[in-house]
Design a protein around this ligand. Sequence first.
Ligand code: GDP
Ligand code: ZN
Length: 391
Amino acid sequence: MAKKKRQIRVEFRKKYESKTRDEADLTRRYQNSGNPEELDAPNRERVSGKGQWTRRRTITVDEVSGKSDANDKPQLGLDKESALQGLVLRVHGLESIVLDKQGRQYRCATRRLLKSMATDQRHIVVAGDQVHFRPEGENQGMILRVEPRRSELARSSRDRRHVFAANVDQLLIVTSAAEPGIKPNLIDRLLTTAEHSRVDACICINKCDLIDPATLQPLVGTYTQMGYRVLMLSAQENWNTGILRKLMQDRYTVVLGQSGVGKSSLLNVIEPGLKQRVQAVSSENDKGKHTTTTAEVFPLQNGGAMIDTPGVRQFQLWDISTEELASLYRDLRPFASRCHFPNCTHVHEKGCAVKDAVADYRLDVRRYESYVQMRDDPLGESSETVDEFDG
Ligand code: GDP
Ligand code: ZN
């Protein structure tokens, strides 16, 4: 029997005004209370006569179920009654572990059509992705659609760009004031990654109980002047951990830093039990046959998530030209555009506004040296810190 159709009028502008903002908001809204239906635009729509400013549009819906026709957008092909929304917690080879809103986990394969759209440049499903999937059987499913990403983190490996986490809001760069001592060049390297990926960065200096915090003021000042947030913490003494907890709430945070700086100690203060959850997943991975995992999402009780990147020893900057590197140093950037030669490397040229700025103390000399070092060694291969660095 042919399904009965009827036409209804719905609000138009609401959805199409400031569309980019909407997408980010929807992702957030879903994190809190969202409804899978909210994300699906009716599939067959006709704007009625008044151009783009019309406030209502006509759509065709199924008389019985209230569902709209899905013929026009093969990308979607969603059956709203059976499709669920979920968050990709981690990806093992061809299988993604997806968390639905009820807290159930599903092992999902990815729909062929989506896979055929994947290229070397862009993995189709990665940790942090918001997806629509169709549950199949007990705890399995099929990913039908991946929502647009608000950010991507990538590393380079064998000359290819590998996206390993999506929708990250901020990098938490954890260092320690002592044991091991602070490594400003490593901070700089991770900051350029944040700039390149266009995600916020926060510098956390842990173990401040071991030093006189005043000794760090010059370094802290350099970073705060550039607009970075710097937190001086002690996981042991619980200093500033409330601020850190607040900072991570409702956001997707990647935590990075050398081993031994106190990342797990801090996380455990932020959310008791988080350390154990991270350890449980990593020992499961060690046992399992899939070892290609590169990022894992741990939702936080108060909203947001911590994204652990155990397989990523370092972020190797992908395909960055010299000019681009200077633009990733926030403090260097304004001078770089004033050099005599447009392609100035700021190392040996005459008429270099960057070197002039260093000479008369308008630019921090340590930051300049860190830039030169990174330029010579973009992958940080000669740096000792890399060996100890466990992402
Ligand atoms: P991770 O490898 O970065 O996860 O570091 P851990 O959290 O395992 O911490 C490494 C060592 O530093 C442990 O022995 C912790 O007890 C110690 N530690 C962590 N945070 C602090 C702190 O704020 N102050 C001091 N004094 N020690 C700390
Ligand atoms: Zn220059």
